[in-house]
Design a protein around this ligand. Structure first.
Ligand code: ATR
Length: 291
């Protein structure tokens, strides 16, 4: 049976044995079942993780339906990360701060709590990839969408002097700085982003620029210090134009797939109380798809 199913198939009982899920619209591209199902098997947990297409007009029914089906919880992806909030019983502080939920967990009484593991995923992958990434200087975050919020929430938990944010639409960067910046986020004008690279220990692209079918991110790396790190959350392709140019300059680079894996591991822990073992070859196999 495919792990990509419709909401109707799930609620009608045509698909059984689901223990966790991801909801989105569309959700056909989701890699999450490829991650979670081997982890469930490895942990000896019965049940499948399924990608469920939930159009916005039926979102309100998702929480009661999944509760009734006995799911441990579910992931939430585009376009429901903010829209799901009014349908939940409680919100973890990080999800409240970000105004977005990517994980919902049911407790024994069926109470649905929203969490956000995107910031954890961003940081966990950075630390695993470059343990000695520079924290003596500010980080520079490019973009001001949901992924930028996650990156900034993660970075603000680190001993950095401050975080710089730059975005084509400056007002969105200003909004992030004032809503979640806690006085440690400064806005850099989009035109000044190239120069800002020089003062940054970490440069992180959180926009979709550089993704297959999108133009590359225009960011001059000439000013980058030799020990700085360039992180791109885009993973299709794995080596974006930005990372290729960074590597050519001898800078350390971090690809985007690991953030997806780490936010998923953190979600698994919320539902099942243990971090999953990543089977040998699982990540390499996923990476090979995007090379
Ligand atoms: P997500 O929530 O996945 O991060 P998003 O909210 O659509 O996605 O944000 C996309 C980001 O990419 C935004 O920062 C956007 O800049 P604007 O706020 O100015 O729209 C940025 N982006 C997308 N296309 C861009 C382009 N051609 N040039 C510069 N920035 C771009």
């Amino acid at each position: 049976m495919s792990d990509h199913v419709s909401f109707a198939d799930l609620t009608s009982g045509a698909v059984t044995g689901t223990i966790a899920a991801v909801i989105g619209h569309p959700v056909g591209h989701s890699l999450s079942p490829n991650l979670h199902n081997p982890w469930l098997a490895g942990a000896g947990i019965e049940g499948r993780y399924r990608a469920v297409d939930v159009p916005p007009e039926v979102l309100a029914g998702a929480v009661p339906a999944f509760r009734d089906l006995g799911l441990k919880g579910f992931n939430v992806t585009v376009p429901h990360k903010t829209a799901i909030i009014p349908h939940l019983d409680a919100l973890a502080p990080v999800a409240r701060q970000m105004g977005a939920v990517n994980v919902v967990a049911f407790d024994e009484a069926g109470k649905a709590t929203g969490y956000n593991t995107d910031g954890t995923g961003f940081m966990a992958h950075l630390k695993a990839s470059v343990p000695d990434w520079p924290v003596d200087r500010p980080a520079l975050v490019i973009g001001a969408g949901g992924a930028a919020r996650a990156a900034i929430v993660g970075l603000l938990g680190e001993p950095l002097p401050f975080v710089m944010i730059t975005n084509r639409s400056r007002d969105k960067a200003e909004a992030i700085a004032s809503e979640i910046g806690r006085g440690r986020v400064t806005v850099v004008d989009w035109a000044d982003r190239h120069a800002a690279v020089g003062g940054a220990g970490l440069v992180a692209n959180t926009t979709s620029l550089g993704m297959k079918g999108q133009p590359p991110l225009e960011l001059d790396l000439a000013a980058a210090a030799a020990d700085s790190v360039v992180y791109d959350i885009v993973y299709q392709p794995l080596m974006t134009d930005l990372l290729t140019r960074a590597e050519a300059r001898g800078l350390r680079t971090v690809t985007g797939l690991g953030m997806l894996v780490e936010q998923a591991r953190a979600a698994f822990r919320i539902w099942f109380g243990q971090l999953p073992e990543v089977p040998e070859g699982q990540i390499a196999e996923l990476e090979a798809r995007f090379r």
